[in-house]
Design a protein around this ligand. Sequence first.
Ligand code: F6P
Ligand code: MG
Length: 468
Amino acid sequence: MSLPEYYYNDDTNSFAFSTCRERWPKILQDAIDDVNATSAHLQNDSTFANQGQEIVKGISQIRHELETDTPLSKFTDKQVAEVPGLSSFNATLDKFLSSNRYDSKHHQLSWLSAPWLFTECYLYRRVDALVKTQPKWVNYDIFHNLKQKSFKSSAVAVYELAKRYKALHEETFSKLNNPIDLEFGKILFKEYIDVCLWGNKIDLSLLANKSQNEVHSGQSAKARQEAEKNILSNDTEQIWEYLSTLPKENKRIDFVLDNSGFETFTDLNFALFLLDTKLASQVVIHCKTRPWMVSDSLIKDIDILLNDLTDANFFPESRDELTFTHDKIKKYLESGAISLQDSEFWTIDLDYWNIDPSNTKYYGAALYHELSKSDLVFIKGDLNYRKLTADRKWPKTEKFTKAIGPLASTGLKIVALRTCKADVTVGLPEGVNEALIDKWHKETDEIGELWSSSGNWAVISFSKGDLK
Ligand code: F6P
Ligand code: MG
């Protein structure tokens, strides 16, 4: 089967085009500013400050390469020896270079013309490799301050969710001996799946050119109701049908997280609902091993989130409700009903078609075996969706189960919960893409195709893993 092309950074109709020309330089500059500010703060530690300056120099160099569109260089042997996963990037660069596309003089394998998904992953690993070479900065998260600022600014939605959870717990969850009544369970399941979906509207890499208000506007219950019609492909019925008919005991549900702060808070609320109502007996949460795409969650970000919930300076209102939610999460973590994992796989360049027993070199096999133990895996967000679909130019009407390639036949039960912030979107009814192109162009005067990168629309897509 011949596969559709990737989205490339020189596709003028793609969000890739402005992303690499406008957003990435801004993200790099923000990282430089952050390191400078942190160094200035700790001025009396000259080693720390000097190493900080090395990081700043390195990031400025990356920015220069990007802006002058140089060819993508490989990670050095030393870097690969220290962080083995980087060899995957080098192997992919070799693979690209040997493909027909780069025989032609029209296409260089350079920052502004290489495949979008690969280059974006490569960018974050270049920055991470720089930070990791400075011993005093090894554990420094260059995006920590931004993540915290964003979480704090989503306070109103955090209060709303915590109040809702406490009320539901008191009225219903605390009185349940058996799994929840299915009719009521379905209504709440739908509510929490929507909360968790629109929680993904937050993505700090997008804040590079949007105001915080614009992004946070999607978080309230009212906004979610209004946005219902914007879920262009919605498999919630089928997911519920599957989940509610599973055997009663030992149900494991996994979440492959995306962004920290508010989105992770929505994921944790969904997890509480599933555990309290006995729709799940175990929830496993998958995090990144390193700072990624600005806002993604590492295991330590969950600790930070829990601390923020207990901090009355951070979240001054709804203290009872926040403490209640915090304590419930903590209890489930302590009992092991919620557990946290991370894997190097999530931050290499490979798409999720590599979550497969054959991928023994780059962690895909281990992850496959882990996810096989799950009854349902929620995969959150835009970048994860791009990796599920390999970020290829699928027709918008393509079936989700086709666009995720071999994953649809691995037995893994997967749900993608994603607000659309990039070009690739599948599962749409005939005619919807054309209508949205027209609408977006008329309303914004932008290229119509960019509707799919605006974050205003979303998809909830299910694969049972049983495609023959
Ligand atoms: O497409 C825009 C973008 O910011 C990409 O740069 C990145 O793939 C993605 O969205 C991050 O979004 P999310 O946090 O939902 O994965
Ligand atoms: Mg993200």
